[in-house]
Design a protein around this ligand. Structure first.
Ligand SMILES: Cc1cc2nc3c(=O)[nH]c(=O)nc-3n(C[C@H](O)[C@H](O)[C@H](O)COP(=O)(O)O)c2cc1C
Length: 279
């Protein structure tokens, strides 16, 4: 794909807009513009202005049921010419053919080996092994390391690792295991370029890794039709109750609102040092 460092920012509704994607891509990673439960074609257009004129590859990440509900979203995403289109959390695949016809690589997040096999059969080019530790929505059935290593032994397509990667050590670990890159959400959600609300950013910086929980409460309250097997991982409050801030178990390693380029440089320098030491 012509990226310099094996780091992808996860597409995150309400956090990963055009400004973050541009900063990540300029720093040598793959910046992804994310549209979540509330994403619309108009909102995507607005965020894509942030990658206008960018001379680096970028990606777009969508949610399957949102694409079904708002068909204009997929058209707009493909028309924007991303290097990678990710559509996650669904089980039918016409979008893969649409992506390929547009010359765009197709990715999807999977939480089990069975789901990965179905995605590969459907022609998906890049799998994201999304472990239960991850922030936001996902199928929390298997932890990142077990899912990643199992998948790497079974599929030929490149596999990215997601869930709980928020340090150079985490990046080094998944690269050493054989992942093609890390798909990092929580750590990028705290960056100043993210559209995360200031209070949520502050809560993330203050939280430890044991202060998250899985919940469907906020989706049910909002009337979003997320399937039952796809809860979201959020921060908890002092009493252990879920709060509406998406974050994964790596949140304890997020202690500052570091600009995306600095975060990427730190993750890569630390990972490189460790990988050299181990070699
Ligand atoms: C704030 C936030 C919002 C998210 N929104 C989305 C989304 O809209 N679409 C999506 O596919 N994944 C979303 N995710 C999940 C990420 O794609 C990814 O699976 C996860 O962030 C990886 O784990 P990590 O948070 O531990 O890095 C979100 C994650 C976070 C933290």
């Amino acid at each position: 794909m012509g990226i310099d460092v094996p780091v992808v920012n996860a597409p995150m509704g309400g956090a990963a807009g055009g400004r973050l994607a541009a900063a990540v891509s300029r720093a040598g990673g793959l910046g992804m513009v994310g549209m979540g439960s509330a994403g619309t074609a108009e909102q995507l257009d607005a965020e894509l202005r942030g990658v206008d004129g960018l001379d680096r590859p970028f990606g777009i990440g969508l949610v399957h049921w949102v694409v079904e509900a708002r068909p204009g979203l997929l058209d707009r995403a493909l028309a924007a010419g991303p290097a990678l289109l990710s559509v996650s959390f669904g089980e039918d695949w016409p979008w893969v053919r649409r992506a390929h016809e547009a010359g765009v690589l197709a990715a999807t997040q999977v939480g089990t080996v069975a789901a990965a096999m179905r995605a590969v059969d459907a022609g998906v080019d890049v799998l994201v092994a999304r472990g239960a530790e991850g922030g936001g929505h996902g199928e929390p059935r298997v932890g990142t390391l077990a899912l990643l290593t199992d998948l790497l032994d079974r599929v030929e397509v490149p596999v990215l690792a997601a869930g709980g990667i928020a340090s150079g050590r985490g990046l080094a670990a998944v690269l050493a295991a054989g992942a093609s890159a890390a798909w990092v959400g929580t750590a990028f959600a705290a960056c100043p370029e993210a559209t995360t609300q200031p209070a949520a950013r502050g809560a993330m910086m203050a939280a430890e890794g044991d202060q998250t929980a899985l919940t469907r409460t906020f989706d049910i309250d909002s009337g979003y039709p997320w399937p039952e097997h796809l809860p979201e991982r959020v921060l908890t409050d002092g009493a252990g109750r879920p709060t509406p801030v998406n974050a994964g178990q790596g949140v304890g390693m997020v202690t500052a609102a570091e600009p995306a380029a600095e975060l990427i440089a730190r993750l890569c320098a630390d990972a490189e040092e460790l990988l050299r030491r181990w070699a």
